[in-house]
Design a binder for this molecule. Structure first.
Ligand SMILES: Nc1ncnc2c1ncn2[C@@H]1O[C@H](COP(=O)(O)OP(=O)(O)OP(=O)(O)O)[C@@H](O)[C@H]1O
Length: 292
């Protein structure tokens, strides 16, 4: 069941049409995915682990090439092809660990004997007032050295860098996990002001719902790559009869789990699975005993 907000007169800041996407050698995560998000929205992206939230945010951030230019549009440009979106700072993505991908080593945490000041003041063309505001908001000590700070302190510098440019669309992939309560609440308030004052759009994937009932304007719920719900939070009827957003999302995810448990495994599928596992190098064997 998908409820669109149906506001035809307002142009979408994010528009995804008939999107298909699969990781190489994997079955498709998104088969025919559609989503529209209007300017000024603060849209929560919710779903179980592995439902496709991070993948969707990365696609919106232009990190994966998907279909033609019209399939994934951000600010009326192609998220992947129009690199000016990211270069100008109009489209910002904050997610995952602060890392860089190094060949076969994969994602290596970004560390080095470099100060917070060098990183933050190294970004050119920034409004000094905005920079000061962010440094104060995130309580950053400019003398912090990136190889000697806590996860939360490193995260604050990462967030600051990501917000220096006044974004038009901001994609957040659970970046507040390492922050203490005060930093998280202050940051959410800052985001709210950015949307209200500049009609910026935020999509925020999270499993932490504290304080979000009054913060978010919309909610999108994904189940296994399918958009199950997309509606205004104020119109979410379950929220009127529940203690909070957490219990609403909890009930959705619990019914997903029940559905999965009810789906019987056919004997053919079971046989296929066993034979696949038999061929696997990770099959338990006498030899594996040496590694226990
Ligand atoms: N680089 C990758 N290569 C292959 N498959 C991947 C890759 N990244 C994610 N997947 C698969 O894609 C699916 C969606 O993953 P994704 O990270 O988007 O989920 P998520 O909703 O963000 O989960 P979580 O709540 O745990 O962060 C999962 O089944 C995952 O195993």
């Amino acid at each position: 069941m998908v409820t669109e907000n149906g506001n035809e007169s307002v142009k979408s800041n994010i528009k995804v049409q008939a999107m298909q996407f699969a990781y190489p050698g994997q079955p498709p995560i998104f088969a025919d995915f559609n989503l529209e998000i209007i300017p000024g929205s603060r849209c929560l992206l919710v779903g179980a682990n592995g439902s496709g939230k991070t993948t969707l945010l990365k696609i919106l951030a232009g990190k994966h090439m998907v279909g033609g230019r019209d399939v994934v549009q951000v600010l009326n440009s192609s998220a992947f092809h129009d690199t000016h979106l990211v270069c100008s700072g109009d489209l910002a993505y904050l997610g995952g660990s602060w890392s860089k991908t190094i060949g076969c080593a994969g994602d290596v945490p970004l560390q080095g004997d470099i100060s917070a000041e060098q990183m933050i003041f190294g970004v050119e063309g920034i409004d000094p007032d905005r920079r000061e505001k962010l440094i104060e908001l995130l309580d950053i000590d400019l003398q912090w050295r990136m190889h000697k700070v806590s996860d939360g302190q490193r995260r604050r510098v990462q967030i600051c860098l990501g917000l220096l440019h006044p974004f038009k669309v901001l994609l957040l992939d659970e970046i507040t996990v390492d922050l203490d309560v005060v930093a998280r609440m202050d940051l959410l308030e800052f985001f709210k002001d950015e949307c209200d004052q500049r009609a910026a759009t935020i999509v925020y994937a999270t499993h932490i719902f504290d304080g979000l009932e009054t913060w978010a304007t919309h909610l999108a719920y994904i189940q296994e790559g399918e958009l199950k719900r997309k509606e205004k939070l104020a119109e979410l009827h379950e929220l009127k009869n529940s203690a909070n957003l957490l219990s609403v999302v909890e009930s959705w995810l619990r019914s997903e789990t029940k559905l999965k448990k009810k789906t019987p495994v056919t004997s053919a599928a079971h046989n296929n699975r066993s034979s696949g596992f038999d061929a696997s190098p990770f099959r338990s064997s006498r030899h594996m005993a040496y590694y226990r």
